[in-house]
Design a protein around this ligand. Sequence first.
Ligand code: MLT
Length: 407
Amino acid sequence: MIMVNENYAKLQASYLFSEISKRVAAYQSENPEKNLIRLGIGDVTEPLPPACIEALHLAVDEMAGRATFRGYGPEQGYDFLREAIALNDFQSRGAGIDASEIFVSDGAKCDTGNIQELFSQKLTVAVPDPVYPVYVDTNVMAGRTGKAVRGRYQKLVYLDCTEENNFVPTPPAVPVDLIYLCFPNNPTGATATRAELKSWVDYAKEHQSIILFDAAYESFIRDPELPRSIYEIEGARDVAIEFRSFSKVAGFTGTRCAYTVVPKSVMGYTRKGEAVALHAMWNRRHTTKFNGVSYPVQRAAEAVYSEAGKQQVKALNDLYLGNAGIVREAIGALGYAMTGGVNSPYIWVNTGRDSWKFFDRLLARAQVVTTPGGGFGRCGKNFIRISAFNSRANVEEAMGRIKRVLR
Ligand code: MLT
């Protein structure tokens, strides 16, 4: 008899976005003539920037020639990409991150899900509520929680993100070990100031905690005062791991490329109190379980940092930010309170009623797919998330339909 990992039984039946897809597919099969507009999962719609396409083509041609063909690459990523990342995303902003501290991967979802493997089962984990479900579910799978009671797992510390705190949690009164933070936030679209991030870095130093900082949406920040990386905060190099992705930045959701920064100065401890560099542990894990992102895809990611690439990426992000502005205007005109959509591609709308019912209503009456906030946690139960990732024409059409339905 094979015993299974019974922690899986504690999980809610399905992953949030699979549940939404199921409901949407059921609606579409009953109403095949209806034209759905998807503003649910944050999946990009616009093609890759031309600079990335050109780099992809060139790299594919290299793979066709004996002299330029590449087999296995370094698991951590090619130096050309790690160096471009370190220079452009960190050093140019005064954050002292070295190329050797960057681990290129196939997604921030996998990395934010896998990172918890480095830590003991006994740690206290703090997550925001609402939360990107991957942070929670992977800790449930690993056995770091009790069972779910009224939508919250026992043993997890939930950091409420509400209108009262502008959806930016303050450090808890109790000590916690691992802290997941995400800014610009998924799902609320809220951003954190330097002072707010500093309070978390100070807390982590004081309590010997580690911050797992998800910055997958940093490229949507336009306010120069807002930090784009936690490493812009003094001392963060000693207490934080950061996750980044090319998915939303440059439209790589189907191309797959991301990276995780593990500074060499972030330490964990053995039972005997000996310090262990998490960089060495993540390197060990990465080299054992991962064989690197494909060469053409890494060349395409490198092109994001070329002069042409930078301009094209900015234009791409501006298009989605423009969509977010259109959503904010339409939802605001209907009288709903909301956050996000500025410096962020997500708009978090207070519907004042059950989010799954609101989701069903928009699906059935406006044929617009959103994401019910209840799927992100208890604090989201009256909210829906609207994603700005779609074409301008679809966003305009969707807002027209929503206005007709909700007016
Ligand atoms: C989302 O819609 O929250 C994201 O697309 C999910 C993800 O990036 O995995």
